[in-house]
Write a protein that binds this ligand. Sequence first.
Ligand code: C2O
Ligand code: CU
Ligand code: CU
Length: 469
Amino acid sequence: MFSHPQSLASKLRLAKLTSLSALVASSAAFVVASGHARPTARVVELTLTAAPSRLSLVPGESTDVFAYNGQVPGPTLEFREGDHVVIHFHNDLPEATTIHWHGLHIPAAMDGSPLEPVKPGGTFDYIFDVLPGSAGTYWYHPHPDRDAGYQVAKGLYGAIIIRAAGDPLAAIPEKLLVLSDNRFLPGGNLDLPPPDSPQGEIDEENGREGPVLFVNGQIMPTISIRSGEVQRWRVVNASAAREYRLALTGHEFLQVGTDGGLFERPVPVSEMMLAPGERVELLVRATGAPGSRAVLRTMPYDRYVPQTRPADWNVPRDLLTLQYTGEAPVEPVVLPTRLRAIPALDTTKVTVRRVIVLSQGLINGRMMDMHRVDEHARLGATEIWQIENVVGMDHPFHLHGFQFQVLDRNGVPEPFRAWKDMVNVPKHERVRIIVRFDDYPGKWMYHCHILTHEDHGMMGILAVTPTGR
Ligand code: C2O
Ligand code: CU
Ligand code: CU
């Protein structure tokens, strides 16, 4: 199911990542139309099981984890626009869980929100269509009530790639980089201190960060590149709290996409900020000499309040090595200057404006209540949400189920259009987004994606209904 043979041949050690093709016995066998699929839809059916496992995450040690299909990260799921997806989920964990398909525009009942827990020993079939226009990089993770951070820390997260038939970058070799971090006890088990311990209190405040940084479950892996080549990197921030400020020594990036897929045209960037839950697509042009190497780093970024700012916050951290092969440079490929059209959501159609105030642990002064609806929206409505961070710590905001467009940040218009489901709202800043609730009535979560904040109630419920009441 990889459409890029180059990526299979690459040196990126993807040992811990298997593609969906390993899970689908034969996709051809499912191309037959089923009852609820459109006649032309390819049906992709697979099984995901969440279960305790013991794996080696750090060389030489083994760790009690929770894993999807025995792997951390879980298998990378690859779908095509138009696919009809059926995922048979088995919860073999000793506790309730869900699978949330972060960023996908699918029916509310399939969203894996805290409202739809799967009991220990239980099963659930997640069934949805992959909509045209949704090609991009997404991810999946548990979202049980007040327990998402714990289950993600234990190892439950994986990437989703949705491909379009007319992908303008299809010829470019591709790498997937799932970023995560974790903290271990001597002996190899995860360091998950009680919330009332000194470290537990810091984790509650900052979100849980760990000193061990993983790319696709590997520490400091190597990607190989040939001089002159261009690679497309899909990067997922699956960390519970860490914000990455990515920089590649001696190189620039061309950013070509974000949460909801490609931009209209590439944007040159020297660094890339990536908040928890966020994704980016970057083109890396191999401008170095054969045999040389570069390092992908995350540079210091102060998202913290002074009281709990880690002592080593200002130390750059290495993520992976980009190793040039000894081969002579290849001819540079010509990159498309136009990637796709992103129609602007129409501000003249806006009927409702909301203000969402993020304070420490609260949204609009309240903690999450599973039995309360915080905001009511009318199906079909276009709305502007002003998200204000009134405290001295960043809060990355996420809306379930709907891709939005950022209008402005602190009144400065966003320089280009993009589909987003995450937007970091830095300390004391404000962001305005526009969103259209075009489909899928139901209850939808919005929250801070620092998972301890979310688990402690920094989340609200939006009900989208035909009447808006
Ligand atoms: Cu990844 Cu409720 O989110
Ligand atoms: Cu989500
Ligand atoms: Cu937060």
